[in-house]
Design a protein around this ligand. Structure first.
Ligand code: GDP
Ligand code: MN
Length: 339
């Protein structure tokens, strides 16, 4: 293929941008996938789902990021599955996928061991921690991402179960929405023991208003409780301006300085959610309840039979996560609807 022959044999240009014929009337938006070369076949499942259920009508761009260089095989495997739009392949700068100099790596290693003893998921993984920190502090500044207004975060191996017969990015724009989500879930406490303490400290030092969404993570209106509820961030349709500003950067840097990403195992999802609760209002949020979406091990499947038929959904509504005891979606919808 022409664009690959332009690079040295076996080595791709970084960034590599492949332009296919674009449509007009699109929003300035991209799908965003962080993944490894070996994820390519799971990624094909995602691409197939998203192209068939949504993007074949629009041709929105795809952006792929990796901490390592993408391989020629990776690009060759997916490139012809996406017939329209721009395909961006980028490598993450190494300094954004490593330890900041204030982190004590010996202590971090001891902490990983003790989390492993408590059976914390990904307890021993350093790359998982780099990944979470990247999705909090850096993804929106990547040169391939920063030029867009909206992104739809996707992961390898997810599945869409219903047709999406409208332009979700245009929907975000027309309705002034900034953050779209599907499932919500409670966090595993052992991954974030000190997060709430540091968050409260940040509020005390920096926030002089009463954020209306804080109720989302609380069972009462004192700052004493934290229910660990968050948007499950493997799915996000959002406006990059949420993150690309001084206020958010200050918030990220504040938490990053504590070393909590490495001494504990802070996930990007609970912290994304805390930022959203601080900096957005209920009107900025949108629950994509009409999107059938699976990320192992949970499924969102629309409850209305008529909607499932209309959108050719192939999921089982009895397996829908929304009303599971592990989900907090009803709680956030109550807050949004009563605002
Ligand atoms: P989980 O959903 O919390 O179990 O985490 P995942 O394993 O799905 O990782 C979240 C996202 O980060 C996915 O898009 C992965 O493909 C990606 N990811 C995770 N670890 C790495 C890594 O070490 N390198 C790269 N390039 N991507 C990663
Ligand atoms: Mn995942």
């Amino acid at each position: 293929l022409e664009y690959i022959e332009q690079s040295l044999p076996g080595i791709l240009a970084n960034p590599l941008v492949i332009n296919k014929n674009a449509l007009t009337n699109l929003q300035n938006a991209t799908f965003l996938v962080l993944c490894r070369n070996q994820d390519v076949y799971e990624l094909l499942e995602t691409i197939q789902s998203v192209q068939d259920r949504f993007n074949h009508r629009y041709g929105y761009d795809w952006t792929f990021l990796n901490d390592k260089p993408f391989s020629v095989d990776f690009v060759n495997t997916i490139v012809d599955y996406i017939p329209r739009g721009r395909l961006n392949f980028g490598q993450i700068p190494p300094e954004q996928w490593s330890y900041p100099d204030w982190v004590n790596q010996t202590f971090a290693a001891e902490q990983r061991e003790s989390m492993a003893n408590e059976n914390v998921l990904y307890a021993l993984s350093e790359s998982y921690r780099f990944m979470c920190r990247y999705y909090l502090g850096f993804f929106y500044r990547h040169e391939l991402v920063a030029k867009y207004q909206y992104y739809w975060r996707l992961e390898p191996g997810i599945k869409l179960y219903c047709d999406i017969n409208y332009d979700v990015f245009q929907f975000m724009k027309l309705n002034n929405k900034k953050y779209g989500f599907t499932m919500t879930i409670f966090e595993y406490s052992k991954t974030i023991p000190s997060l709430w303490f540091h968050f409260k400290q940040f509020i005390k030092e920096n926030i002089d208003y009463n954020p209306p969404l804080l109720e989302f993570v609380q069972n009462d209106d004192t700052l004493t409780s934290y229910n660990e509820c968050h948007f499950w961030s493997n799915f996000e349709i959002a406006d990059l301006s949420i993150f690309d500003n001084d206020q958010y950067n200050h918030f990220f840097n504040y938490l990053d300085q504590t070393g909590g990403f490495f001494y504990e195992r802070w996930g990007d999802a609970p912290i994304h959610s805390l930022a959203i609760l601080l900096f957005l209002t209920p009107n900025d949020l949108w629950w994509f309840g009409d999107i059938g979406y699976y990320h192992a091990p949970y499924l969102q499947c629309p409850q209305l039979a008529q909607l499932r038929l209309q959108n050719k959904c192939s999921c089982n509504p009895n397996e829908d996560f929304t009303d599971s005891f592990l989900s907090c979606t009803r709680h956030i919808l109550d807050i949004i609807n009563s605002y």
